[in-house]
Design a protein around this ligand. Structure first.
Ligand SMILES: [Zn+2]
Length: 238
């Protein structure tokens, strides 16, 4: 049974949030054209998501469809992104997630194509307990397999807020669109720095990666908890 529908005001706010973030995707070169997609779960059981196949600059906030998590049905003038199954899968299996940002940013996509889990090399944080940004098994774009692979990969590292879709791009989570967007941008930063560092020191394989105890110290100093093996699998940090 569907949750109580959100109010018109709640829908309008979410549509504006998602639209503004989509405009940033292009401006920040995290996607090209109409690629990528963003959603926000405005009340439990309902999310607003970007439409598919239309340049973001040509959209108005009211063009962004509202989707019922339980049924997958949508309302609005335009159909949802072709990656609707990705967003549905995350909201159905990770109920504490409030926002999803999917990008095709270049350096991160290169790691996704090379199928290399992205290590942490400086002072990044992609969620408590995260030691790497994991690459999923391959699922074709627009399929439910892509969504289920994403959910399975997040489950391998509870607490993580980002993964790489094999041969595709980035998925970042947050409790707001802004936080999920920042994480997606941070993933790209990590990928670019890691790439350049590996080129500077090709003798390293692939680069100097911070060991878990150093990552714990960074987590302590920055005030975020770090949970490792044996930690609870709750996903409140998503
Ligand atoms: Zn994509």
């Amino acid at each position: 049974m569907s949750a109580t529908p959100p109010t018109a005001s709640q829908i309008a706010t979410a549509q504006t949030n998602v639209h503004m973030a989509c405009l940033r995707l292009v401006h920040d070169r995290l996607v090209v054209g109409s690629a990528g997609n963003i959603s926000e779960q405005l009340t439990p059981g309902w999310f607003v998501v970007s439409p598919g196949g239309v340049l973001y600059e040509d959209l108005q906030p009211t063009d962004y469809p509202l989707v019922d998590v339980s049924t997958g049905t949508h309302t609005g003038p335009l159909p949802p992104t072709s990656e609707l199954a990705l967003h549905l899968g995350i909201y159905r299996h990770m109920p504490t997630v409030a926002a999803v940002v999917h990008t095709h940013s270049k350096y991160a996509a290169a790691f996704a194509v090379a199928r290399i889990d992205l290590p942490f090399v400086c002072n990044e944080n992609i969620g408590p307990g995260s030691e790497k940004i994991l690459v999923t098994e391959y699922g074709a774009p627009g399929t439910s397999l892509l969504g289920s692979n994403a959910v399975a990969t997040f489950a391998r590292q509870p607490g993580s807020r980002a993964i790489l879709l094999a041969n595709h791009g980035v998925v970042a989570l947050g409790d707001t669109v802004t936080k999920a967007y920042t994480t997606a941008a941070q993933v790209e930063w990590i990928a670019e720095v890691t790439h350049h560092a590996a080129n500077l020191r090709p003798d390293l394989s692939p680069v100097v990666v911070l060991p878990p105890d150093q990552q714990d110290l960074i987590g302590h100093n920055y005030g975020f908890a770090v949970a490792r093996e044996g930690a609870s699998s709750d996903q409140e940090e998503h």
